[in-house]
Each structure stands twice: as structure tokens, then as C-alpha cells.
Design a protein around this ligand. Structure first.
Ligand SMILES: NC(=O)CCC(=O)C(=O)O
Length: 263
């Protein structure tokens, strides 16, 4: 079975959910017109890293974002890995999480995963609360998982998802340009060591504190780069053949060769 994935590598208007929502509507429509089955958005696409104003711009219980994503999914008959959003709780204590929303083509919510590892270099721990749940979901009948940016630096977190038979890892990010070599190396490594597809969508552009490096990428289970963007706004397309995952896992059976009694 194959899936056409489309990664929306976009600039994000700082602290402006309205403008970003309009852009996402246009881009998801374009991707669907180009036969995408799954559309992927970047991290914090509603607000960017405008963390100091989250009390006014975060989305309460992710409702507005979920409505928008569900409407788009239904209108265009596409699955949407909805990047992540600043997701504010309704009840006290008011907490904001960095939450990925996944919606299937019927417009049903499939997953809400909140970033488990907060990134201190961008002050996340001062404004956000970490998630404590896993990122597994099934999309288009494929066992998948979603993780958010800094999460990929924790190979044991990714491996835990692979042990749950994840075949596609979706990664959404706002990864700064100065560390884009880490981004590429980490994603290729996570694909090789877990023998899965990695479909990773980064943003471009700049905010008052960082310039973001793009290079959204699709990596196959053998570690091959199937598609990679540059540093400009674009939609990156790739066809992924899910059967390749089992072929690679049979050729080099790392999951049955693991010495779990040693580690
Ligand atoms: N938004 C993030 O989690 C950024 C992570 C990052 O830049 C890194 O180097 O790790």
C-alpha cells in the first residue's frame, strides 16, 4: 500500500492565529488538489513561539484548531497530521500544552499528543506543561506515531513507539537553522534504527528570537532520503510504500535480534 504525503513547510505569522489559519486553509487545499492522502503541518502553527502572550492567543481545549482541521479534512477528503498548537486547558489550573492534533479524512479526531520533552533553549518550560502520554495512532490503516521537534533527540522515546509497531513516524517542528545538521542527522538515524518512514515537517522564516531552517524531509526505512525541501516556503510531496517497512525489518531483523535482557 502507498500513501502520498504532503508536508506544508510554511512561515508562521508570530502570535497571529487568524492569519496562520487562513494560510493553512489555502495550503491544505493545494496539497489535496495535488492528490495528497496525508497532509502534515509544522509545530505551533497557530501562534509560533509567541509564548509570552499564550494567555490570549492559545486555543482553549484546541477547539478552534480542531474545527478548522476537521472541516479541511472532510472538505478535501485528506488525513491531517495537524502540526501542533498551543492548547490551553479550560479548567483551573490553566495550563498550556504543545499539542499535536490528528484528524482523519472523515473529520474525526484520531489523536491529541502533547510534546513530552520541553525545550529549555526556547523557554518552553517557562510557559508550557509537558505531556505524559504516548504518540501512537493509526492513520489510513497504518500504525503510526507523532512526535514534536525536540522529542526526536530522545531515541528511547522513539524506540518505545517503534516497539509498538509504528511504521510511519510523523515529526512536526520549529527547528532553528543553526542546528539543521542535527535535525537531518537525527531524523535519518531514527529512520534507520527503527526501520520506519520518518515524515518530518519543519517551518521556515524567522521570529524575534530564531531563524528556522526548513529542510522538511521524508526518509525511508532503509535510511534513504525520498524527498527534502530547502529553506523556502513550499509543499513537499512524497509517495511512501508502507510494505517496504516489513521488507527492511525482514532483511535485517533488529527487533527480534534485540537483547532486551541486556538493556
Ligand atoms: N522547537 C523545538 O523543540 C526545537 C528543538 C531544537 O531546536 C533542538 O535543537 O533540539
Amino acid at each position: 500500500m502507498t500513501l502520498n504525503v504532503a508536508l506544508i513547510q510554511m512561515d508562521i505569522a508570530y502570535g497571529n492565529p487568524q492569519v496562520n489559519g487562513e494560510k493553512v486553509k489555502t495550503k491544505v487545499g493545494q496539497a489535496a488538489t495535488n492528490e495528497a492522502d496525508v497532509v502534515v503541518l509544522p509545530e505551533l502553527w497557530t501562534t509560533g513561539y509567541d509564548l509570552q502572550r499564550l494567555d490570549t492567543i492559545a486555543d482553549t481545549e484546541g477547539r478552534d484548531s480542531l474545527d478548522l482541521l476537521a472541516d479541511l479534512a472532510k472538505a478535501y477528503n485528506v488525513h491531517v497530521v495537524g502540526g501542533s498548537i498551543a492548547n490551553q486547558s479550560e479548567k483551573q489550573p490553566l495550563e498550556v500544552k504543545n499539542t499535536m492534533l490528528v484528524v482523519n479524512a472523515a473529520g474525526e479526531k484520531v489523536k491529541a499528543y502533547s510534546k513530552a520533552h520541553l525545550f529549555r533553549l526556547m523557554d518552553e518550560e517557562k510557559y508550557l506543561v509537558e505531556g505524559n502520554e504516548n504518540g501512537w495512532f493509526s492513520l489510513a490503516g497504518v500504525p503510526s506515531a507523532g512526535l514534536i521537534c525536540y522529542d526526536i533527540r530522545f531515541p528511547e522515546w522513539v524506540r518505545m513507539h517503534a516497539l509498538g509497531e509504528m511504521k510511519v513516524l510523523y515529526v512536526v517542528a520549529e527547528w532553528p537553522k543553526p542546528r539543521i545538521d542535527h535535525w537531518r542527522a537525527l531524523l535519518i538515524s531514527r529512520a534507520i534504527e527503527n526501520q520506519c518512514y520518518v515524515v518530518a515537517c519543519n517551518r521556515v522564516g524567522a521570529d524575534p528570537n530564531n531563524t528556522f531552517g526548513g529542510h522538511s524531509i521524508v526518509v525511508g526505512p532503509w535510511g534513504e532520503i525520498l524527498a527534502e525541501a530547502g529553506e523556502e516556503e513550499t509543499i513537499l510531496y512524497s509517495e511512501i510504500d508502507i510494505d517496504q517497512v516489513d521488507k527492511v525489518r525482514t532483511t535485517i531483523p533488529i527487533f527480534s535480534d534485540r537483547r532486551s535482557e541486556l538493556y
